[in-house]
Design a protein around this ligand. Structure first.
Ligand code: SAJ
Length: 435
C-alpha cells in the first residue's frame, strides 16, 4: 500500500483515528483501551439502545471493566454511534462482532453485515482488522472480497489482518494491556501495521505469518480447554465406577510442576467461547479436509453428556435415601455458566434441570445473578434461598458455586446435597455427595 509509512506515522503519533465495529464486551474493551492509549476512537453498534446508553456514559455492556470505561470517557477521545459512515474517516477499523453457531455450523451473518458497512465507506490507506473468533480462512475468503466491493484493492489500497480477542470478563489477574496479542496479516505490510497498532495497546504482540495462523491459534487455545475438560469429565465417570476420588487424583497429579495443567470435572461446558469455538474448527475440518477432527468431536460428545450424567448421579444419591427422582423436590443452586457471572449462555444447569424435570422431579432454582431461566418450554422464576427452600427440597444440587453461597449453611439446612463442582472440597460434610 502506497501510504503505509503514513499510517505507521499516524499510529505512532496517535493521529490515527480508530473505529471499532461492535460494542459488546470485546469491542468496547478494545475501544476503551485505544482511547486510553490516546487514539481518537469511535465505537459503532447497530443496537441503538446500547449506543444511547454508552453516549450517556451508562455502562450497559456486561463484562467490561468499569474503571477502564470511565477512564476512556475521561480522555474525551471516545464517542459512540450507530452511523456506519463514521468509519469513512478512520485509519484503522476493527471488527468485533459475534460469531455464533447455528445448527453446528458457523453463523457469520454479523461479520457479513459489518463488512458491508465498512466496505461502503472504506477509504484508501485504511487498516482493517477482524477480531471475532472464526475458522481459518475467514479473513481471506470472506472479508477480502467483501471489502474489495468498495472498488479498493487489498494490499494496494487497504490492509487486512486478523487478531483474536482475548478478553476475559471478570479476570482480575490479567487486564487488557497485560494479555499478549497474536496478529497475522494477509500481507507483510498488514502484519506490520497491525502489530504496530496493537503494540500501542498491549505489552506484547506475537506476529504470525498469516491470518489463518492467527485464526487457528485462537481456536487451538479454546479447543485445548474443551478437550482437557472432556478428559477430566471422563475421568470423573471412570473414577466413580472404580470408587476412586477423582478430585484427589487431580490434586495429586497437579503437584507435578511441569507437563501438567489441572482441569476439573463438572456438569458440562458453558459460556459462549469454549463450547462454541471448537464447533467452528470441527465444521471447517469436515468441510475443507473432508475428515472428522476426532479428538475434538469425542470431547464434544463427552462434555455434551455430562448434564444427563449429573442428573443420573442425582438420582443415585436420592436412591440412597430410598427416594426416586419422580415426585422429588429438587433445588438447583447456580445456573450461570461459571461462578460469579450473570451469563447463562450454554450453561449446563439448564440441561441438568431439564433431565431431572423429564424424570418427574419438581425442579426449582436459585442464582444470585439470574432471576429467571427456562428449560423444556418452562420459564422458572428464581426461588429465594432460605432455610425453608433448602429444607423443603429432597435434594439440593450445586451446579455453579457462586462465591456468595455459604456452603456450610446450605449443607446444614439441606437433607441432601449433590455437589457437581467439588465446591465443598475440604468441608467433608456427611450429607454432601460429590461428582
Ligand atoms: N469448565 C470446567 N472445567 C474446567 C474449566 C472450565 O468444567 O476445568 C467449564 C466452566 O464451568 C464453564 C466452561 O467450562 O462452564 C468454560 O469455562 P472457562 O473457564 O473456559 O471460561 P470462559 O468460557 O469464560 O472462557 C474464557 C476464554 N477466554 C477467551 O476466549 C478470551 C478462555 O480462553 C479462558 O481460558 C477462560 O475464559 C478463562 O481462563 O477464564
Amino acid at each position: 500500500m502506497k501510504d503505509t509509512a503514513s499510517l505507521r506515522r499516524r499510529i505512532l503519533s496517535r493521529n490515527a483515528r480508530v473505529a471499532v465495529v461492535g460494542q459488546g464486551y470485546v469491542g468496547l474493551s478494545l475501544a476503551c483501551a485505544a482511547a486510553e492509549s490516546s487514539f481518537s476512537v469511535v465505537g459503532l453498534d447497530v443496537d441503538g439502545a446500547r449506543i444511547n446508553d454508552l453516549s450517556r456514559e451508562i455502562l450497559s455492556v456486561p463484562g467490561v471493566d468499569e474503571p477502564s470505561f470511565r477512564a476512556a470517557l475521561a480522555t474525551g477521545r471516545i464517542r459512540f454511534t450507530s452511523d456506519g459512515s463514521s468509519t469513512k474517516d478512520c485509519d484503522i477499523v476493527v471488527i468485533c462482532v459475534p460469531t455464533p453457531v447455528r445448527d453446528h455450523a458457523p453463523d457469520l451473518s454479523f461479520v457479513h453485515e459489518a463488512c458491508a458497512t465498512v466496505s461502503k465507506h472504506l477509504s484508501s490507506g485504511t487498516l482493517v482488522v477482524l477480531e471475532s473468533t472464526t475458522y481459518p480462512g475467514t479473513t481471506e475468503e470472506l472479508l477480502k472480497p467483501a471489502l474489495e466491493l468498495s472498488g479498493l484493492q487489498m494490499g494496494k489500497d487497504f490492509l487486512l489482518a486478523y487478531s483474536p480477542e482475548r478478553i476475559d470478563p471478570g479476570n482480575e489477574e490479567y487486564d487488557f494491556r497485560s494479555v499478549p496479542r497474536v496478529v497475522g496479516g494477509l500481507t507483510p505490510e498488514a502484519t506490520g501495521a497491525a502489530t504496530l497498532f496493537y503494540a500501542q495497546l498491549v505489552d506484547k504482540v506475537i506476529s504470525v505469518s498469516s491470518t489463518r495462523a492467527a485464526e487457528l491459534a485462537k481456536l487451538l487455545e479454546n479447543t485445548f480447554r474443551h478437550v482437557n475438560i472432556a478428559l477430566v469429565n471422563e475421568m470423573a465417570m471412570i473414577c466413580h465406577e472404580m470408587d476412586i476420588d477423582v478430585w484427589e487424583v487431580i490434586m495429586a497429579a497437579a503437584s507435578k510442576p511441569f507437563g501438567f495443567m489441572p482441569f476439573y470435572p463438572g456438569p458440562g461446558v458453558g459460556g459462549h467461547c469454549i463450547p462454541l469455538d471448537p464447533e467452528y474448527l470441527a465444521w471447517q475440518v469436515r468441510r475443507d479436509a473432508g475428515r472428522q477432527f476426532r479428538v475434538l468431536e469425542e470431547a464434544q460428545d463427552v462434555n455434551g453428556q455430562m448434564p444427563v450424567y449429573v442428573a443420573g448421579r442425582v438420582g443415585e444419591a436420592l436412591n440412597e435415601t430410598r427416594k426416586s427422582v419422580k415426585g422429588s423436590e429438587i433445588l438447583v443452586l447456580g445456573v450461570a455458566y461459571k461462578p460469579d457471572v450473570a451469563d447463562p449462555r450454554e450453561s449446563p444447569a439448564m440441561p441438568v434441570m431439564s433431565a431431572l424435570h423429564k424424570k418427574g422431579a419438581r425442579v426449582r432454582f436459585h442464582d444470585p445473578h439470574i432471576p429467571t431461566c427456562s428449560f423444556n418450554g418452562t420459564v422458572l422464576e428464581r426461588t429465594e434461598l432460605t432455610q425453608r427452600s433448602l429444607s423443603s427440597a429432597d435434594i439440593v444440587v450445586l451446579i455453579t458455586p457462586h462465591k456468595v453461597y455459604d456452603l456450610e449453611w446450605i449443607a446444614k439446612h439441606s437433607h441432601l446435597v449433590f455437589d457437581a463442582r467439588n465446591a465443598f472440597g475440604e468441608l467433608k460434610i456427611s450429607n454432601v455427595v460429590t461428582l
